[in-house]
Design a protein around this ligand. Structure first.
Ligand SMILES: Cc1cc2nc3c(=O)[nH]c(=O)nc-3n(C[C@H](O)[C@H](O)[C@H](O)COP(=O)(O)OP(=O)(O)OC[C@H]3O[C@@H](n4cnc5c(N)ncnc54)[C@H](O)[C@@H]3O)c2cc1C
Length: 397
């Protein structure tokens, strides 16, 4: 028996992209149903920092980040090091700052905001794929797994916000893992790490990098992003996340001494391959937000900013589609995304290419290629602070 739509907007995934889109849409009067396979609060492998641009965007969207400002540790900028002792600290322009708070807390708060706005959030519900009308090619909803078997949810608008390995985007052939880069992330929490400060840390090495950020509770979030098979000491350790992350910190010439007393407080998590690229424009009926729309690696620490801005774009487009139908909506949303997000994506690609180049990362070239002043400005651009760096300044390396 056919039934009416389950909601005006169905959202797969209640991470930051899904929860923010749900909040904006519910506040605008739409009937929103969000499903997530997890139950909140849940852990999520992340560097746990919200950059200044993420906090500013939440505020601009009317999602007051006060709870994050209160519970999170202040992040005043970033320290970047190279393996031969180059060290540059870049402060965000005052009064801008970021915050460090576990994603367990951030995401649970965003889900509560979505519920408070009137969205229905169903936890412990796994999305299998989107449904597509074979006659029109239009997406009409989601297939979810239930204890009784598969069930179809229907809505005129579906938003895929189900993260890096989006069942919706992969299922429709709209996302794929590229041949390169193929990197994995391993992350966890340590206690008694010495020398933490109000600056996040990015330790860039020839074939990997290490991010460290203090989080509340006297802990340090430690994430390493590495490529297996690169002839590094990490080869062969990918099946043993605990040894992998211990090796990454304890074999590092710059940070090892600060981990002399440190101890991992929980088993670390490995994720990969990290890179996912989008492969085409979604059909009518479907919008994509956050990591589901593409993710390369977290070096610039701005994935949450993309997720929040992408959620805003998806919510605007959903309201247009609900009011006037789908005609032209996908093209408009693609244009707006290009306008708002493409410049930063280009910056991120260029930075990654630089760091991925062994020649540029060799000790001598590093200092020459990235003069400290330029590196400080790059840190501000990565933080979405509004500071600009013209790529030709460093695009030659
Ligand atoms: C190692 C690492 C460090 C990072 N550090 C930072 C950082 O410091 N700062 C920063 O801004 N960004 C960072 N990022 C990036 C950031 O984590 C992501 O960009 C961000 O989480 C994207 O949000 P999202 O809502 O799109 O996806 P997610 O946060 O992944 O949320 C997706 C949600 O969908 C749910 N879901 C997935 N599949 C299904 C399914 N089939 N059915 C139902 N539900 C499903 C999941 O349970 C999840 O709740 C980091 C990423 C990594 C890997």
């Amino acid at each position: 028996m056919s039934h009416g739509p389950d909601a005006d907007v169905l959202i797969a995934g209640a991470g930051p992209a899904g929860a923010v889109a749900a909040t904006l849409l519910a506040r605008a009067g739409a009937r929103v149903l969000v499903v997530d396979r997890a139950r909140f609060p849940r852990d999520k492998l992340c560097g746990d920092t919200l950059n200044p641009g993420t906090l500013a965007t939440l505020r601009r969207l009317g999602i007051d980040p006060d709870p994050i400002e209160t519970a999170g540790l202040r992040v005043d900028g970033m320290v970047v090091t190279g393996e031969t002792g180059v060290r540059v600290a870049g402060a965000y322009p005052a009064p801008l700052h970021g915050r460090a708070l576990t994603r367990r807390d951030v995401d649970a708060w965003l889900v509560a905001e979505a519920r408070a706005a009137g969205a229905q959030v169903e936890e412990g519900v796994t999305v299998r794929r989107a449904t597509v009308d074979p006659a029109t090619g239009r997406v009409g909803g989601l297939v979810i797994a239930t204890a009784q078997g598969a069930r179809v949810l229907r809505a005129p608008v579906t938003i895929a916000a189900d993260g890096r390995h989006s069942a919706v985007a992969f299922g429709l052939g709209l996302a794929r893992h590229p041949v390169a880069p193929r990197r994995w992330a391993v992350g966890g929490y340590f206690e008694q790490v010495d020398g933490l400060s109000a600056f996040g840390e990015m330790h860039v090495r020839r074939r990997h990098y290490l991010g460290i950020a203090p989080v509340p509770g006297g802990l340090a979030n430690v994430c390493a992003v590495l490529a297996p098979g690169a002839g590094t000491p990490f080869d062969g350790l990918f099946g043993d996340p605990a040894r992998l992350i211990e090796t990454a910190v304890r074999a590092d010439p710059v940070v090892a001494a600060r981990f002399a007393r440190a101890r991992a407080v929980a088993p670390p998590v490995v994720l990969g391959p990290l890179a996912v690229v989008s492969a085409g424009r979604p059909p009518d009926g479907l919008l994509i937000a956050g990591d589901a729309a593409g993710f390369v690696d977290p070096m610039t620490g701005d994935g949450l900013h993309f997720a929040v801005r992408g959620a805003d774009l998806a919510a605007q487009a959903a309201l247009e589609a609900l009011a006037h139908g789908w005609d032209g909506v996908s093209a408009r949303v693609a244009r707006r995304a290009r306008h708002l997000l493409a410049g930063k994506r280009r910056f991120n690609r260029a930075l990654r290419a630089l760091v991925g180049s062994p020649a540029a990362m060799s000790a001598a070239a590093w200092g020459a290629a990235l003069a400290p002043d330029l590196l400080r400005r790059i840190i501000c651009v990565a933080g979405d602070t509004g500071v600009a760096v013209r790529q030709p300044e460093w695009g030659h390396v």
